[in-house]
Design a protein around this ligand. Structure first.
Ligand code: GDP
Length: 339
């Protein structure tokens, strides 16, 4: 079968809700082989008209805060309310540690068995930008397959939150009842991304600490963050283990969706994300082409070693390489040089 026919058939099966087609499509998207990339691009554009209808939710928090326990409880609650839930992950640490988040089969055991849930571990390998790009395409696939809530989990290490916030409509940050002490370790930038903060593990002996933490975070949030128009970020508490407060978290998410749709927050975020995506694609594609361009290979090696030795400045070397790569376009600082 011709490549385009095969891709069209895969797209049709996926849109019809075939789970194996969905898994195959995501495997295709995660591949770095040039012919697979081409097929993945054609798949993505075929699927485009079926995408965009889900609620895209980023969920973050440090390891051990209870992300997988929360997603299991939250996901099952959503399914009970009639939703179909996809769980994806962005984990830039997975290539080094070998084990990715969501990779452990014992996590989210009940949710992963459910027919209305689809769980996919983080693609491994490559840069954070590359992982985010593949997750974005996987998100379009699950949307086309009819999942109406997409949860994107990330581990709280800094850069990955920004990447996930760049993919989603709403960003939820899970924190522990450790309270004020914990606040020291959380970067201001991450709190600024949060539309909703949830203090998890509010159960048993931890209930008073969780309530104190909730109040501390609420106070800190107002100092750290100016609200984005119509939505004032909320702080709540829950127990992912007992299920207490999970329904309230979903109510707050729905409230955000209503406010954010009416006030244009979601439309604006998606527009900015689409533009940023275009620039990511341009950057990734140009750099890949530059690195594979035979004409500049030896020049890149020579200039890189000169940069390392300190005999040429990085910006000067970059300009020389770019001039050779696209000689008719790169401005040399004084005039546009033409071959
Ligand atoms: P993750 O690393 O953020 O995904 O965290 P996990 O979901 O794996 O949870 C880490 C640990 O915290 C596990 O031992 C969980 O049983 C525990 N845990 C998760 N949620 C809760 C909760 O709501 N209450 C309590 N007491 N423990 C929890």
């Amino acid at each position: 079968m011709a490549e385009t026919d095969a891709t069209a058939e895969l797209a049709a099966q996926l849109v019809a809700g075939d789970r194996r087609a969905l898994a195959r499509a995501i495997t295709l998207i995660e591949s770095t082989r040039a012919d697979h990339r081409r097929q993945a691009e054609s798949l993505s554009s075929t699927l485009l008209e079926h995408t965009g209808k889900s609620l895209r939710l980023g969920i973050s928090g440090v390891p051990g805060v209870g992300k997988s326990t929360f997603i299991e409880a939250f996901g099952l609650h959503l399914i009970e309310a009639g939703h179909r839930v996809a769980v994806l992950a962005v984990d830039p640490s997975s290539p080094r540690t070998g084990g990715s988040i969501l990779g452990d089969k014992t996590r989210m055991e009940e949710l992963s068995r459910h027919t209305d849930a689809f769980i996919r571990p983080s693609p491994s390998g490559g840069t954070l930008g590359g992982v985010a790009r593949r997750t974005r395409e996987a998100m379009l696939c699950v949307e086309a397959a009819g999942f109406d809530v997409v949860l994107i989990e990330t581990v709280g290490v800094g850069q990955s939150e920004t990447a996930v916030a760049g993919l989603t409509d709403m960003f939820v940050l899970l924190l522990t009842p450790a309270g004020g002490d914990d606040l020291q370790g959380i970067k201001k930038g991450i709190v600024e991304l949060a539309d909703l903060i949830v203090v998890n593990k509010a159960d048993g002996d931890l209930i008073p600490a969780a309530e104190r933490a909730r109040r501390d975070y609420a106070a800190a949030l107002h100092l750290l963050r100016s609200p984005e128009g119509a939505w004032l970020p909320k702080v709540m508490k829950c127990s992912a283990m007992s299920g207490e407060g999970i329904a309230d978290v979903w109510s707050s998410v729905e409230e955000f969706r209503t406010v954010a749709k009416a006030s244009g927050i979601i439309t604006r975020r998606r527009a900015e994300q689409a533009a940023a995506w275009m620039w990511d694609e341009i950057t990734e594609t140009l750099i890949a082409e530059l690195k594979h361009d035979q004409r500049v290979q030896s020049e890149i090696e020579r200039l890189e070693s000169e940069v390392r030795d300190g005999t040429i400045s990085p910006s000067q070397a970059a300009r020389l390489i770019l001039q050779q790569f696209t000689p008719h376009r790169i401005n040399d600082g004084t005039k546009t040089s033409v071959l």
